[in-house]
Design a protein. Structure first.
Length: 312
């Protein structure tokens, strides 16, 4: 069976290795715990080390694990402790090309693992990050909707609007290059909606990207916590993303939010997963992306909550 064919495996439950980080000494322990809960597959996230990845390769070849998806970059960016991960949206051409090279390595690894999708972060617009930090601070003070909050939001949106175009041009160029590479590997790319307002893409930008890229290779990837977070801050409604891109959804990261804190287990926070479920295509990949602070019982509770709602 070709596990890269989405139509051959429908509604399987996958658990991101996010939950493994700091909890398990070996990746095999994480895989065993995931299977014990009921998960069929795993997603490799951007914190997976080269050593962990080699263990996954061995287990995958032995038929002991299935990998639904790879959340680039995989393996973890080797210099992440000393410098930021290179951005596909970088205006600096050297950085953009390095980001492309790292992403191609992730795509190639996904092909080796017979994964069915690669999830991408599309970068960011370079602005003063204190603008968003201030907005989040005001949220914590209960000031959403006040004059002070509205002014902070206006400063943030204006700064982003002023600086966005070179970064949008850069990410489009990067994605055009990567789409051809992914297609040759038999893989699909999912562009994820993001947590921070300064990140790319916002809803209108997602529409532009998807309209200009190969529709057989490049899709939308929905993240429930990210969408809920921007709604809480006063931006787009969660449902707006689902209505706009439900029919282009390759997969979904499932986690809950409490305020603007995300990656909580499903059912423990504020997200209306019944509403979300209405927009998820039958063949979309379903990945639980739970914080490692969650206990095994918490993870099981989140899995059961989603199962009862018909996600898998």
């Amino acid at each position: 069976m070709d596990y890269r064919n989405l139509e051959q495996i429908v509604s399987k439950a996958s658990l991101s290795t996010m939950w493994a980080i700091g909890r398990f000494d070996a990746i095999a322990g994480f895989i065993g715990a995931a299977h014990d809960v009921g998960f069929d597959e795993i997603e490799l996230n951007h914190q997976v080390t080269a050593e962990m990845l080699q263990d996954v390769l061995v287990l995958r070849l032995a038929g002991k694990v299935m990998v639904s998806s790879v959340h680039a970059p995989v393996p973890k960016w080797a210099l992440s402790d000393v410098r930021p991960v290179p951005q596909l949206s970088a205006v600096d051409e050297d950085e953009r090309r390095l980001a492309g090279s790292i992403t191609r390595q992730s795509i190639a690894m996904a092909a080796r693992l017979r994964a069915r999708a690669v999830v991408l972060h599309c970068g960011r617009v370079e602005i003063d990050l204190d603008l968003e930090r201030r907005l989040r601070q005001l949220y914590g003070e209960g000031k959403v909707g006040t004059v002070e909050h509205d002014a902070a939001m206006a400063r943030l949106t204006q700064a982003r609007e002023k600086n966005k175009q070179p970064h949008l041009d850069a990410i489009l160029a990067s994605l055009k290059e990567l789409a051809g590479y992914a297609a040759a590997m038999g893989l699909r790319l999912g562009l994820e909606n993001r947590f921070h307002y300064y990140e790319i893409p916002l809803l209108d930008e997602m529409q532009v990207l998807l309209s200009q890229l190969d529709s057989a290779t490049v899709f939308y990837w929905h993240d429930t916590g990210h969408a809920q977070n921007l709604q809480a801050l006063g931006f787009l409604k969660h449902e707006d993303w689902l209505r706009a891109f439900g029919d282009r959804m390759l997969g979904i990261h499932l986690h809950d939010t409490v305020g603007i804190l995300d990656h909580r287990v499903a059912g423990s926070g504020e997200i209306d997963f019944r509403l979300v479920k209405k927009f998820v295509p039958k063949d979309a990949l379903r990945v639980c992306e739970f914080d490692p602070v969650a206990s095994a019982d918490d993870v099981k509770s989140g899995y059961q909550h989603l199962k009862q709602l018909g996600f898998f």
